[in-house]
Ligand binder design. Structure first.
Ligand SMILES: Cc1ncc(COP(=O)(O)O)c(C=O)c1O
Length: 491
């Protein structure tokens, strides 16, 4: 997080057991130390502290790649000192980015002629890609409105309430109203019909998600395209579509090649995808591709020449590392279409193993769909005694990081646990996770509930226990546990 804050801990020093071989005094926690320390000590101190981070491979909360081949790790390390923006100095890196843009544009069926090159850029992730795409829509819409002599000070964008936070950031940072289609029970993605109803003359674009962050579901971009085409015909507007394919962009082309969601649909003018999600690269790379040159207003592109020849740039940041671009190129040529398809199929199969395992417990409702992003989102069937947050908390003891969260407004009473199945999450791990979840459920069943059943003369209803009631239940449970052990002679 950018805005750092000091914790309430009174300790203002960093201590390290092993580093005391090199340094005797503690380091200030929030102020730069006055003097230098040996490099070994610095390494040891930081390495020791980092041991308390979670294990990235067991972090099932994230879509972001946590494993790459050692050959690619080598390429990454070799390029770690190259600033991507020095294009004239590192022309090959620039060429690799251009190749990636073109490969991805072809994957998304951009209407490119034989000798035509694609329009797109590498970004830090989908968030930056979305800011750039949003800015292009906003400027295009403003230019059109100005040319028509109409006001252009109230742009809006239509999305589902399930959008990732980067869309809210775009709306707030760049002063565009976010018009969200509400979710409802059992329907956790944007309804295209309702989205089109929200479109007005100030709508700069409708954003559809291919792979909702919350449950992995693909939104129906084809239906959205058809309905919006109709509305455009009637109104004379030409409201376009952006597809946020942060996760799905590297899944759909391989698993669902027939699914029309990309530039095959005429109103889709730009698409973003995270290279660091199912593009299979470590954190720090995303892509945005435009349908054609006309969809990216020229005035947004800056031309600089002080690093060498004329370089067009359209990014929010100036400097950034080259490694991720090189790593993306590695994956594209190393795996090819066949390799990506195999990996995505494998992820999908492992997601099914996990889903079936969870279903077998009889304790969960599955909230994700089989044909979206390979993930399993699930909620407890009966949460009168314990909730998903407790399951998540207990799983941490086995090393698993499985997030629990509530759905957005209008479906916020639904809480889900979500396991993202990445390439490095094997079938064995899926089976192991189910076993551990069963253990957690068993443990939770033995614990006193956080809820109290009130007798209302009928079926009774459940209410949250007070602090005191909870303490009493815990003490009772422990007493029972200790007594049982004593009677068994195990203690
Ligand atoms: C649908 C969607 N859009 C955008 C983002 C933001 O992506 P990034 O982390 O690449 O900036 C995410 C991240 O999970 C996402 O799921």
């Amino acid at each position: 997080m950018v805005l750092s804050k000091t914790t309430s801990e009174s300790d203002v020093s960093v201590h390290s057991t092993f580093a005391s071989r090199y340094v005797r005094s503690s380091l200030p926690r929030f102020k730069m130390p006055e003097s230098s320390i040996p490099k070994e000590a610095a390494y040891q101190i930081i390495n020791d502290e980092l041991m308390l981070d979670g294990n990235p491979r067991l972090n099932l909360a994230s879509f972001v790649t946590t494993w790459m081949e050692p050959e690619c790790d080598k390429l990454i390390m070799a390029a770690i000192n190259k600033n991507y923006v020095d294009m004239d100095e590192y022309p090959v890196t620039t060429e690799l980015q251009n190749r990636c843009v073109n490969m991805i544009a072809h994957l998304f069926n951009a209407p490119l002629g034989e000798s035509e090159t694609a329009i797109g850029v590498g970004t830090v992730g989908s968030s930056e890609a979305i800011m750039l795409a949003g800015l292009a829509f906003k400027r295009k819409w403003q230019n059109k409105r100005k040319a028509e002599g109409k006001p252009c000070d109230k742009p809006n964008i239509v999305t589902g309430a399930n959008v990732q936070v980067c869309w809210e950031k775009f709306a707030r940072y760049f002063e565009v109203e976010l018009k969200e289609v509400k979710l409802s029970d059992g329907y956790y993605v944007m309804d295209p019909k309702k989205a089109v109803e929200l479109v007005d003359e100030n709508t700069i674009c409708v954003a559809a998600i291919l792979g909702s962050t919350l449950n992995g579901e693909f939104e129906d971009v084809k239906l959205l395209n058809d309905l919006l085409t109709e509305k455009n015909k009637v109104t004379g507007w030409d409201t376009p579509i952006h597809v946020d394919a942060a996760s799905g962009g590297f899944i759909a082309p391989f698993l669902y090649p027939e699914l029309e969601w990309d530039f095959r649909l005429p109103l889709v003018k730009s698409i973003n995808v995270s290279g660091h999600k199912y593009g299979l690269v470590y954190a720090g790379i995303g892509w945005v591709i435009w349908r054609s040159k006309e969809d990216l207003p020229e005035e947004l592109i800056f031309h600089i020449n002080y690093l060498g020849a004329d370089q067009p740039t359209f990014t929010l940041n100036f400097s950034k590392g080259s490694s991720q671009v090189i790593a993306q190129y590695y994956q594209l040529i190393r795996l090819g279409f066949e390799g990506y398809r195999n990996i995505m199929e494998n992820c999908q199969e492992n997601a099914m193993v996990l889903k079936e395992g969870l279903e077998k417990t009889g304790r969960f409702n599955i909230v994700s769909k089989d044909n979206g992003v390979p993930l399993v989102a699930f909620s407890l069937k009966d949460r009168r005694l314990h909730d998903e947050f407790e399951v998540s908390e207990y799983l941490r003891r086995f090393g698993w990081i499985v997030p629990a969260y509530t759905m957005p407004p209008d479906a916020q009473h639904i809480t889900v646990l979500r396991v993202v199945v990445r390439e490095d999450f094997s079938r064995t791990l899926a089976e192991r996770l189910v076993m551990d979840i069963e253990k957690v459920l068993h443990e939770l069943d033995l614990l006193p509930s956080k809820f109290l059943k009130l007798n209302d003369g009928k079926n009774g209803h459940w209410t949250k226990k007070s602090e005191l009631e909870t303490q009493k239940s815990v003490t009772d449970a422990w007493k029972k546990f200790v007594l049982a052990k004593k009677m068994n002679g195990v203690c």
